[in-house]
Each structure stands twice: as C-alpha cells, then as structure tokens.
Design a protein around this ligand. Sequence first.
Ligand code: PGA
Length: 259
Amino acid sequence: MNKTYRRPLIAGNWKMNRLPSEAEPYIERLKNEIPRERSCDIVLCVPFTVISSMVASAADENINVGAQDVSFNDFGAYTGEIAAETLSDLKVTYCIVGHSERRAYHAETDADVNKKAKKLLSEGLTPIICVGESLEQREAGIYPEFVTYQAEAALAGLDSGAVSRCVIAYEPIWAIGTGKSIVPEQAEEVCRDIRGAVSRKYGESSAEAVRILYGGSMNPGNCADILAQPNIDGGLIGGASLKPADFGRIIMAADGGAN
Ligand code: PGA
C-alpha cells in the first residue's frame, strides 16, 4: 500500500494544560518554526475552554483546532458534557476519542468510543480514535490482537467511506508520558496490523485512505525514524506539543518526510 496517498497529520494533545490567553503567543511562536505552505496537516487538540481563543489565533495559519472528548448524545440534559454540534459551531474539525486516560479515569468503553466516533462523523468532524495496549498486555504478547480488536470495536457499524475519514492513533499506554518511546519498527508492526484489519473488514481503498498515527513520548529526537515507517502517517503528541519549538520540529519532520 502506498503511503503517498495519505497526507501526514501531526496532532498535538495539550491534555489539561495551558490557558486561553496562551493560545495566541503559542501560535505566534509556532508559526516562526514552520513554513506557511506545508505537505502535512496540523491540529492542536486543546481543552474546551481554550478552543475559542485557539481558533481565533490558528485559523489564519491553516492550523486546525481539535477537542479531546465529546458526548455521544445530542443536545439535552447531560450536565458537564459537550455536544458534537457545539464543537462544529466553534469550528473544531478534529476530536480525540478513547484516549487511554479517558478509558482509565472516566471508564470510557469501546462501545462509548464507537458512539462518539459516529456522532463526530455525523457532524462532519474527524475522530482521532486512540487504541493501545498496557505494559502487561505487551509483555504477555497479546497486544496485536488487543489493539486490532479495539480498532474494530471503535469502527463497528461504519461504512467504508466513513472509515476512510477516520484517524486511528496507536498509543501504547506504557509509552505515554513516560519518555519510554517505542522502537520505530515495533510501532510500524502494530500500525500495519491495524491497517490489515481495516482492509479485511472495509476493503483495500479504506485501508489505503485511513490515517494511522503513532503516539507516546514522540519528540524532536525520535520523530523522524517513527514517521518514516510505511504505515505511520503522523503523530499524536502530548508533552512535546506544549513547546512550540519542539512541536514545530516534529511538524518539519513530517513535512520533509512527505516530499
Ligand atoms: P506524550 O502523550 O506525547 O506526552 O507521551 C501522548 C498522548 O497521550 O497522546
């Protein structure tokens, strides 16, 4: 399968960090690090309360703004939740679903992730579906089955056109925020398995179109080798996305790698 069919995506995940007033200075610094014309897509997934100021600062720079979670319900009595329609009205174009931190701390299930992905797609947003194994699952050798199962469960009931529009982020839990980055070939192996599972269920053209990212301690030092892998189409970056200089260097690696 030919990687050049897919436009690389570099996604930042700010998690519960930064203030609305920090969006503008961040973008001012980031835009000095990267060219205006690029061959990769960029999205910054920021806290809900940072979305408006980030959209105001980032839109002119051709940088997308994403959210980190969404409700699978329509508008209604769901205190504290955010509707996909609200995100769309705010000009949010991507949204992370099923991040391992939400699965662990908010008991988000595969069924929830599936419903959230469907809701986002119905509002025209791109879901970034996170999957990934724990250290115990890796050591037990069951990670390929576990990760492909999570991906299949997240995509269940979608047609092949919708699957093509999704982004899947492979994030081994043991590599998130630990500085323990994966060996690039190991990340490639799992991303290839995920693409294989998509191909079997939804056909070759969906598998060729779906973008699969790696996430987990990606940084300016290790990104080039990871992004060079044939089945890895970009990165989901936590800690390093908080620093515009580091995030810019990762963007440059993706941009150069695509040429
Ligand atoms: P990290 O986080 O880059 O800080 O490891 C990645 C993520 O959780 O998406």
